[in-house]
Write a protein that binds this ligand. Structure first.
Ligand code: NAP
Ligand code: G4F
Length: 341
């Protein structure tokens, strides 16, 4: 296509990071292509309303020939593999699907680059994760996990991601593919799915504030996570592919907070000091194995890429609660207009 400096292909474009990254790349003059799956994906229409400039290509990580076709059709300078079964709890219930999608899907992407002979042209980003560390062997208190830390995944998701991480490194070493892995700690925001704990909480807090919901059911509240803002993290992904050589980078804030602290901060936004009457504990939401604590050390990304996160913990929570209140109010108003008709 004319007028664009580069073309990017994104899998997982309908997910949280896909939306942030599509906008960032478009704003930087890229032609953006995105993989969408399913015969009639219900997200398609809404996605195109928000991102009319994205060219959607039907393909599925589970189908190697469809990924090959997507690469051939888009001829990307940069290929961001963000698609995955990404929910840790779901991965315990669907381990085989997680294996094929989150692990095998990475191989299908790399093979598509190799088989279409784009190894010299296409730069590949693999969405690796702090879940690969597993929270055990946490023997460097206060310092956080970095690129040299030991891996000890604690879920089918974490294990599958570790395969994706190593196969990307293997294709870098074996075939000279420019494959970089971002080991990203939890990142959240207004595009986060409501099945993840932060958005589940901010969505519930907004609805409780507006009188639309009474309580929220949660599992363990003691685990700690290093939570940042997704907009900051997709900038880091892009920076990794602009670097002169492929490498692995941790993106994190260097701070860790418990779910209880997130709850306290979110309820504080609506003027509630004691959230206990609104929270119901559910045994069903407790995982077979838990990752106790995640804390990342982003020093390498800061030094080598010049990456820096901008949104801190209180501002992340504030931003999500305010967005969810506005969204719930807009939905309520739209329903009221419809029932007036
Ligand atoms: P997300 O919101 O759960 O999005 C996942 C995406 O994968 C969706 O677009 C989904 O498509 C797509 N997908 C799932 N199965 C697929 C398949 N078989 N073929 C093609 N597409 C498929 O995830 P996210 O939070 O944006 O995260 C992006 C990536 O970073 C994921 O790989 C995740 O594991 C990883 N990661 C995330 C975090 C985080 O804190 N967010 C941290 C570290 C790493 P549908 O819309 O059709 O379901
Ligand atoms: O929000 P979560 O589901 O995120 P989790 O498991 O940390 O995974 C996310 O971050 C990873 C990076 O470290 C990504 F790779 C992964 O794709 C995903 O984006 O759960 C956070 C914590 C867990 O300890 C969980 O047990 O919250 C706890 N939790 C307590 N109640 C809950 C709930 N989690 C969810 N999803 N729902 C609950 O009701």
């Amino acid at each position: 296509m004319t007028g664009h400096t580069k073309t990017a292909l994104i899998t997982g474009i309908t997910g949280q990071d896909g939306g942030h990254l599509a906008r960032l790349l478009h704003d930087n003059g890229y032609e953006v292509c995105g993989v969408i799956r399913g015969q009639s994906n219900l997200k398609k229409e809404r996605f195109l309303e928000e991102f009319p400039y994205v060219e959607l290509i039907e393909a599925d990580l589970l189908d190697p020939s469809s990924i090959l076709r997507a690469v051939d059709q888009s001829d990307p300078d940069e290929f961001y593999n963000l698609a995955a079964i990404s929910h840790v709890g779901y991965s315990f219930k669907n381990p085989t699907l997680t294996l094929h999608t989150t692990a095998g899907g990475v191989l299908n992407c790399l093979e598509a680059i190799r088989m279409t002979d784009r190894s010299g042209k296409t730069r590949f980003y693999q969405a690796s994760t702090s879940e690969m560390y597993g929270g055990l062997d946490y023997n460097r208190p206060g310092l956080g996990y970095d690129e040299r830390s030991l891996f000890h995944p604690r879920s089918p998701y974490g294990v599958a991601k570790l395969y994706g991480h190593w196969i990307a490194k293997n294709y870098r070493e074996s075939y000279g593919i420019f494959a970089s892995c971002g080991i990203l700690f939890n990142h959240e925001g207004e595009r986060r799915g409501v099945e993840f704990v932060t958005r589940k909480i901010t969505n519930a807090v907004a609805r409780i504030h507006l009188g639309l919901q009474e309580t929220v059911e949660l599992g363990d509240l003691w685990p700690k996570r290093d939570w940042g803002y997704a907009g900051d993290y997709v900038r880091g992904m892009w920076q990794m592919l602009q670097h002169h050589e492929p490498d692995d980078f941790v993106l994190a804030t260097g701070e860790t907070h418990s779910i209880e602290e997130f709850l306290t901060q979110a309820f504080h936004e609506i003027g509630v000091d004691d959230w206990s009457p609104y929270v119901v504990r559910s045994q069903a939401l407790i995982r077979p194995a838990e990752v106790d604590i995640l804390l990342g050390n982003p020093a390498k990304a800061e030094r080598v890429l010049g990456w820096k996160r901008e949104v801190d913990f209180p501002n992340l929570v504030r931003r999500m609660v305010r967005y969810d209140i506005a969204e719930q109010q807009a939905r309520f108003a739209a329903r009221a207009v419809q029932s007036d008709r």
